[in-house]
Design a protein around this ligand. Structure first.
Ligand code: GTP
Ligand code: MN
Ligand code: MN
Length: 601
């Protein structure tokens, strides 16, 4: 049977006429059996959870509030080839996005949406990205036919009756429509993970709308996250002078008590959640978390860039998360209230994934079958969805609508070769160059081949909602409009460089605190750096090795600038910049030319 929703139809109709009209239109189109306005209450969540357990979408686990979802095997990650930026003018989508004419896309998707919620409940989820008490709260309303999405949005965003009340009669909001695309005939039995082979993840930037169809997977269905907070918000940021970025935010306190806020952009599954919750191995250093995936940065009155985390929960990669790598994530999860998706399950109702030590006996794999060890037990892109408030090192400022002043921005990728452990940009424009040319090996976070090196500018390749050349220009302009001394310093890191034996040259995780320490020393004017053709790098001796089982030569290997590797990179860099044609800011061409000269010198 269909997921029985709490018996409640328009129990608290909002006073917002535009919202009401939109909801009516969508209900007329999608033809659900029931319409439910979500209030975000515990009672509502309990009812939805029970209904999802009945349909087999969720399985209760041992810890209170913990549930396991297993997706359809074809619905496990973001689908970049099915993601569209439908700007009125194709040129505005640029060379890095799929584009379709918005009129045509609306026609195609309207046909798909016609009757797509038959036999199901249509949920209306009012949400706010960022604090509700912000000067201009960023509202959204997601209409979805998935109770799994409602529960996940409840964790990932500030959502429910309070938001609706704050929207009043006329607050602007992002319209976010989602359907799994699986209507039910009368009497038809539902499947645990309804979805459709046809998938569309569509952004209409001009009208700030999102239409998603066919997928229940987080990045495709929790529309407050990538679709709103990155793709749509990047367009808002372009128009309004701020930045929406794929960045974690952390607070770092030194043994002397000096505090810096650091933002870092790494591509999906390249270490943001891990760095955000870092447990420093260097004594006396302390990290607190503000965000692990998305940051909105805007100038404060003092000319500094302030960051907020628009999200309210953590949607983290499970594999690789363990007491040794990310103890603070483990402590966050120990507190329960987590929806796991596509992890393995122990006979006792616990969870397990690759990277969590030896596999216990009797595992059920992510397909729901007894695990025989021939393939990963947990899907490589399996995830946990947990309230950020459960993070034991959450910085109290995470909820401050003014945000926190950023001292340093780190860009980073997953590269076996070429990219040193850490490089400091000479200035803002050089930093933008490092970000614009960021490269990384692809991961399981998106469908497609894994391990292929691709350019992923600012770790935003799948998330820039407009022409990437204009996006680079926007970054350059942010620097032009600011006092250079107030701007964050920019660094480029790579935790993933390997030696000839294939092993990581740098131990990573908590040991990354040693790199952060050098970053802070650079900010405070005490750190040593040497000029190289690609930027400033620390001499190996400048990385604190107290208590570390590596000698200076090992650190030097991780830091090495290999000129031949860099020269080999140049043709691809040129080809990359050529893709943006006229739109590429000339300062970035100048940066590339200067790099060529330095490498040939
Ligand atoms: P999204 O949430 O998809 O945007 O990814 P993310 O950037 O938050 O990635 P996450 O922190 O979840 O890390 C993904 C993978 O990278 C995990 O398998 C980690 O174990 C691994 N990883 C993270 N930090 C390090 C590190 O310092 N060194 C090494 N070798 N691996 C790391
Ligand atoms: Mn991400
Ligand atoms: Mn993450």
């Amino acid at each position: 049977m269909t997921a029985a929703a709490p018996e409640k139809t328009e129990t608290f109709p909002p006073t917002h006429p535009a919202l009401r009209a939109w909801v009516r239109d969508i209900a007329d189109l999608t033809k659900p059996d029931r319409v439910v306005w979500c209030d975000g209450s515990d009672t509502e969540a309990r009812g939805l959870t029970e209904a999802l357990v009945q349909t087999g979408t969720l399985e209760p686990l041992a810890r209170p509030g913990d549930y396991l979802a297993r997706t359809d095997p074809g619905d496990v990650a973001r689908v970049e080839e099915r993601t569209f930026i439908c700007s009125p003018d194709e040129a505005d989508a640029g060379p890095t996005n799929n584009w379709m004419d918005p009129v045509e896309m609306r026609a195609t998707m309207t046909a798909l949406y016609d009757g797509c919620m038959r036999g199901r409940t249509m949920y209306i989820v009012p949400f706010c990205m960022g604090p509700l008490d912000a000067a201009e709260p960023k509202f959204g309303v997601e209409i979805t036919d998935s109770a799994y999405v409602v529960l996940s949005m409840r964790t990932m965003t500030r959502m429910g009756a309070e938001v609706l009340a704050a929207m009043g009669e006329d607050a602007p909001f992002v319209r976010a429509l989602h359907s799994v695309g699986a209507p039910l005939e009368p009497g038809e039995k539902d499947v645990p993970w309804p979805c459709n082979e046809t998938k569309y993840i569509t952004q209409f930037p001009a009208t700030r709308e999102i239409w998603s169809y066919g997928s229940g997977y987080g990045g495709n269905s929790l529309l407050g996250k990538k679709c709103y907070s990155l793709r749509i918000a990047s367009v808002m940021g372009r128009d309004e002078g701020w930045l929406a970025e794929h960045m974690l935010i952390l607070k770092l306190t030194s043994p002397q008590g000096s505090t810096h806020y650091i933002a870092a952009a790494f591509p999906s599954a390249c270490g943001k959640t891990n760095l955000a919750m870092l447990e420093p191995t260097l004594p006396g250093w302390r990290v607190e978390t503000l965000g692990d995936d998305i940051a909105w940065l805007r100038f404060g009155d003092d000319g500094r860039l302030y960051a907020i985390n628009p999200e309210y929960g953590l949607f983290g990669v499970a594999p690789g998360t363990d007491w040794t790598t990310n103890p603070n994530a483990m402590r966050t999860l120990e507190r329960g209230n987590t929806i796991y998706t596509n992890v393995a399950r122990t006979p006792e109702g616990g969870v397990w994934w690759e990277g969590m030590g030896d596999a216990p006996a009797g595992l059920t794999d992510w397909h729901g079958e007894a695990w025989n060890g021939s393939a990963p037990a947990a899907h490589p892109n399996s995830r946990f969805c947990v309230p950020i408030r459960q993070c034991p090192i959450l910085a109290p400022e995470y909820d401050d609508p003014r945000g926190v002043p950023i001292s340093a921005i780190l860009f980073g990728g997953r590269r076996r070769t070429t990219i040193p452990l850490v490089t400091e940009a000479r200035d803002w424009a050089h930093g933008v160059f490092l970000g614009a040319t960021l490269s990384s090996e692809t991961t399981a976070a998106a469908t497609g081949q894994v391990g292929v090196v691709r350019r992923d500018p600012m770790a935003m390749l799948p998330f820039i909602g407009y022409h990437a050349g204009d996006y680079f220009a926007h970054w350059i302009n942010i620097g032009k409009n600011a006092d250079a001394a107030a701007l964050p310093k920019i660094f480029y890191v790579n935790w993933f460089r390997r030696g000839d034996d294939g092993r990581f040259l740098w131990p990573g995780f908590g040991e990354n605190s040693r790199v952060l320490k050098w970053v802070v020393e650079r900010l405070e004017g005490t750190g040593e750096a040497v000029e190289t053709p690609i930027g400033l790098t620390p001499p190996a001796a400048a990385i604190d090795r107290t208590g570390l089982d590596l000698d200076e030569a090992d650190v030097a290997a991780a830091l090495r600038v290999d000129l031949d590797e860099w020269r080999a990179e140049l043709p691809d860099l040129t080809e990359w910049f050529d893709r943006f044609g006229e739109k590429l800011p000339t300062v970035l061409w100048s940066e590339l030319d200067a790099l060529k000269v330095r490498l040939d010198g």
